[in-house]
Every structure is written in C-alpha cells, then in structure tokens.
Design a protein around this ligand. Sequence first.
Ligand code: B1M
Length: 234
Amino acid sequence: MSDEEDDIILSELDDDELVQQMFDDLYDGLREEIEEGVNILLERGWAPYKILTEALVGGMTIVGNDFRDGILFVPEVLLAANAMKGGMFILKPLLAETGAPRMGKMVIGTVKGDIHDIGKNLVSMMMEGAGFEIVDLGINNPVEDYIEAIKAEEADILGMSALLTTTMPYMKVVIDTMKEQGIRDDYIVLVGGAPLNEEFGRAIGADAYCRDAAVAVETAKDFIARKHNQMAAG
Ligand code: B1M
C-alpha cells in the first residue's frame, strides 16, 4: 500500500467513496479497515443487510473475478475472505436481532471436498435473522454427517452449499442416500452456491435452489408455511 493510501481517513469519505475504499480494502485483505468501514456505515444509518450486500459481497465479487482471471491467488483470496469475515462478525448479531418468531430448524453445511464457507455463513446469518434455528456443520461434510445431524437435531430443513463444479454433484449423493433410507420426504432440502442453478437443483432432487441468502430465507419460509398447512389439513 502507498503512503498516500495510508493517509485515507475512512470517516471523512462520503458513502460512495467509502464503499469504493472498502472494495479496495477487501481486495487488499485489510480486516481492521473493513471492520472500521462497517462500523462507520452503521453509524450513518445503513441497514446491516445493505452493508452486507453492497459493501462486502460487492467487494468479494471483484476479488472473485480477479481470482478467476489469475490476477489474485489463494493466499490473497484467503486474506480477503478473512477481512470479509471481520465485517460479517460485526453484522451477525444485528441481522439476528429482528426478534422474529421461531420459524423452524435448519442443518446446513458445505459438502465434502469443499472448504468455501462465506456464502454458507451468510445464509446462516440471514436465516437466523429471520427466526430460524441453525445448526452449522461447517465445511467438507460427508453424507454421514448430514444424515446424522438432521436426525439428531430433528431438523425441518437440510441446506447444502457447494462452490466448485467438482463438489456440487456430491449433493446428489446426500439426497440419494436420504432416499435409500426412506427419509427424503421428511425434510425440505435447499441447495445453493455460485456454480449451481435451478435446473441442477431439480435434477438432483432438491426441493429448491437458492440463488442467494435472501432467496434462501424466502424459500425456507415458503416451504415451512406449506408444511404447516399440510399438517393442519392432514
Ligand atoms: Co475458491 N473458487 N477455490 N476459494 N473461491 C471459487 C468458487 C471460483 C469460482 C473462483 C474462480 O475461479 N473465479 C473457483 C471455482 C471454479 C469452478 O469450480 N468452476 C474456485 C477455485 C477453483 C478454488 C480452488 C480449487 C483454488 C485452488 O486451490 N487452486 C480452491 C478449492 C478449495 C476447496 O474447496 N477444496 C479454492 C479456495 C478458495 C479459498 C480458500 C482461497 C477461498 C475460500 C475462503 C472461505 O470460504 N473461507 C476462496 C474464495 C473466497 C473464492 C471466491 C473468490 C469467493 C467465494 C465467496 O465467498 N463468495 C470464489 C469466486 C466467486 O464465487 N465469484 C471462488 C461470496 C459469497 C457471499 O457468495 O459463496 O456464492 P457465494 O454464496 C452466495 C450464494 O451462492 C448462495 O448464497 C450466498 C450468499 O448470497 N449460497 C447458498 C451459497 N451457499 C448456499 C447454501 C444454501 C443457499 C444459498 O443452502 C440453503
């Protein structure tokens, strides 16, 4: 970083400049600066969700593009991810603070072979904020872990995340195992992750593909409402 950049005082920037600066700071993996930026935007009355999507996810998209194009490499992307997590950590309790009624329970995890967890964590945060109880299995989950957890936790929803084209087929392994055990229809299965799409979700037998965290919340609410209606009718 140049001396000139060292002199930037985040609180003196207007909102647009600050968000641009946060994109740069995320790119450079500067966790403390990202945390400061998040706090400034909160003080200025920005809603936590707006900060999350516009400043943090927006910045991570730029990182993702340059990673794809071979401009950034794993160590730099890890630093960016760490900076993003710093910002998310501040926002988490605020997103969860809505006092929403309990909606249901979701077990969520990233599939076997895959260590990407930012998107999954974001989905967990938003779901918690909407009143869902979350059991987060973390990353690199084999089918046994998912099945054991949904049974033990008596979950309503199983959420799976995959960010790699090589790991997304594993979601089908989990769903097929649920079918073999005769428990597939006992759970709502939602899947997500950048390389997936609706067609893939349908093809593997999930109930729905969720494009982002907000869609995950809406979809989960829809399915839970349907489940309650069915129970009331039956
Ligand atoms: Co990785 N990586 N990475 N990486 N990485 C991608 C995914 C990639 C697209 C980059 C690229 O080439 N442009 C590419 C995959 C290519 C492909 O498969 N076609 C890639 C690669 C190749 C790799 C490695 C193989 C690199 C290497 O080692 N050579 C390696 C794999 C390691 C492994 O998993 N075995 C690897 C490693 C890493 C890091 C460790 C450096 C780091 C992860 C750190 C971490 O997660 N703790 C990393 C990162 C950060 C990325 C990018 C840059 C960003 C991912 C991210 O966090 N996005 C990513 C590029 C990209 O996606 N543009 C990339 C922000 C997040 C908010 O979005 O995760 O999409 P996302 O989540 C969204 C939705 O998808 C949805 O909601 C979320 C919030 O809106 N969603 C769900 C996600 N999960 C859901 C679950 C649900 C519902 C919705 O359940 C109900």
